[in-house]
Design a protein around this ligand. Sequence first.
Ligand SMILES: [Zn+2]
Length: 895
Amino acid sequence: MRTILILLSLIVVTTAAAETFEYWPGARYDPSIPGVEDVLGYASGDRITWHRDTIRYFETLQEAAPDRVRVARYGQSWEGRELIYVVISSPANIARLDAIKANMQALRDPSATSQDEAERIIADQPAITWLSYGVHGNEISSTDAAMMTAYHLLAAENDPRVSDILENTVVVIDPMQNPDGRDRFIQRYETARGLLPDSDRISAEQNEPWPSGRTNHYLFDMNRDWFMMTQPETQGRVRAVQEFYPVAFVDAHEMGSNSTYYFAPEAIPYNPHLAADQRASLELFGRTNARWFDAFGIDYFTREVYDAFYPGYGASWPSYFGSIAMTYEQSSSRGLVVRKYDGVEMAYRDTVRGHFVTSLGTAETVANNRQKFLEDFYAYQVSAIEEGRTGDVRAYVIPAQRDQAGANKLAGLLVQQGVEVERATAAFRACGRDYGAGSFVISLAQPAKRLVRTLLDPDVPLDGEFVAEQERRRSKKLEDQIYDVTAWSLPLMMNVRSDACGRAVTGDFVAAGPELFQPASLRGPADATAFLVPWGEAPAIRLLAHAHRRGLAVKSTDKAFTHDGTRYPSGTLIFDAADNPAELRDTLAALAEETGAAVTAVSSTWVTDGPNFGSGNVVRMNAPRVAMAWDEPTSQYSAGNTRFVIERQFDYPVTVIRSSQLGSADLRRYQVLILPESYGGYLDTLGESGAENLGGWVERGGVLITVGNATRFAADPSVDLVSIRPEDAFVDEAVTESIPEDGDEEEPKMTVPGTIISGDDEYRTLTTPAEASLDSVGGVLLRARVDGDHWLGAGVSETINVLARDSDVFTPARLDAGVNVARFEAADEILASGYLWDENRRQLAYKPFAVAEPRGDGYVVAFTQDPNVRAYLDGLNVIFMNAIFRGSAHARPVR
Ligand SMILES: [Zn+2]
């Protein structure tokens, strides 16, 4: 009875609190505009709103106020959920929305819009604010804040800011950037719930199962994807944002529950390619938000974390067209209520309110600075062109090259991001070099100059003072403040040659289009005995994947050969007419068009150099069934991104198997098993018997591919599936020798012998933890050299660029155990881009990136770094897909 009474009083208290909770104290709302509760049946902040209900709410708003609201669809998630943005403004602005968008296009292009013309446009042009929410699906509050923000802008009757905002600005709300991740979070949160929402951090509802809702369906962090645009959600957003060119862009996130609220100005390091006045404007937003937080007694902080150095964040990419882009971070309730470390219970609605207040503060700031922000936007384009016209780099040339598919994709990616790219229709000369027709030219005298430099420069330097501070912190074993990778140069990551030129480049050029690939064709005589597809570009891999799925018979050469005067690289695919159905030619012609891989028909199989097609150096390819570890302890990023590369970039299916089942699974149906990176080791999950199960499968002809730190599992001495071993940090002997040894070991004593510490070096050595690993690296691009004689290196260029993260270094394989098919360059050559600690640079030199070791009838292929990070290391596609397709062709299971 007593229990019931207590529960009842709790409910009363909760309800009473809900009734008095005001998002904007004293606000009075127009009853003709439906609130969240009117449409969804609960007050804003009392539930975590699903995707479908969010859409329903905005559609209802549009019905209630069609003259002030426009809902538009900009894409679809992998799981089929609609992506929308919602435009809110005055009836007059909504009526001329197309003209407003056209005006922004005009301001973006000073070559077509003079200063006078710009001033005329600005006099009567609303400024656009873009508010985007929930790119990380488990950062839940912002979507509910999006609905409250829209409601307030349409219904608040006594907030004088509202009419200013509607008249002087257009507010675009992207309420949910990652619907698949959000609904995944909600579904599992709701599943764990009981009678009352639980605030205990140890409760099931406060602990998300694998994979978290942060990521989309293929487990991408879409807040890293803006310039590579691998995901359909990002592709849609990049298109939509460029229709509007907002002067301010907010990406609303959540951070740890014990924190408060973060808004701009942002932390250092700044990206040196950003313009100084963009940074100055950040403060205007910060001060408005601070004023309201002070008024409501809400804590916040600025500047300490969340930098914008990396250009692939939502809060940085729009900066490169002249927007003021910002991240806002609300401490998360991880559910409907959470208990903070100090015992305070933070309710979901409190967190919704944080984003609601800053959303309105942002629109208010834009309204108050409408003219300034539009003038700054235009001036940004003018100064970009001027810098590009006079700077040290005035053009980039992407020559016609070996990996033309890669060059085409790079050009298309840039065009999709608003970069003007031209394609040469005839040969030309620039900066002392000859270039062929088909080369791409990017003049930097264009509005997108800063984006081009950021994405194409081989290196974007970190600020010297920031670097000095990181080295100081490191010397004290404090964590560094580098938030993400320090290298992202697209030509390096895609292994596409791109030349900087210090002079303007002229020639016969036409505008290049946004296509990422060009269809190819089948050429050669009708009486073909075989069809050849050169290896080494992504389209050939796609063609092989489709050929396997159609059951075509295909062989591949381990050595280069010459046929009819043409040199074919190792790895080249050979389709014999005799082994295949009569319609082979038509099938391959269709595949050439679909995949972009050129196919050559030959009437004779006679080669003039290298192996014949029946040689022992030519292997029969089989269609491997590919399995991959999934679920804990696997890293969701590594697993999802690897699966995406294989399934969506190369159209080949993968079976994912929960790691907990791998140890006992019958793997005979599979020829390839991939272990992605993991948190914690696989050995704990698989156990020794599970490891033996995998070992037996490899011995019988399986191909085990370990990715990044999963190589530690294969290299564990008790597993011993690969001979290489992870290294400790190198310790200079000269320094160690000076450390006094412990006294005799007979009796444990209460004290140790006295020492004299002679200097700073010795002090540092004595205070360094024993068995230290190298300091972790945020992410740099390292050069590796490839052994093209090995099947794993077939078709791969001589040098590749590897994104190295964390601190792993492995010993090279001895030649009687395996082959180091790709190993890092010497210490003075190794660093291609980014900031790398000196100890790591010296110790990584000559160490392996890709090792292939035979084991019984099978193979282990160990990658010491993840080749599929964010699916943006295109230059590593061939070596990784070789491990799958060529690995299974070289293994010798009983077939
Ligand atoms: Zn986030």
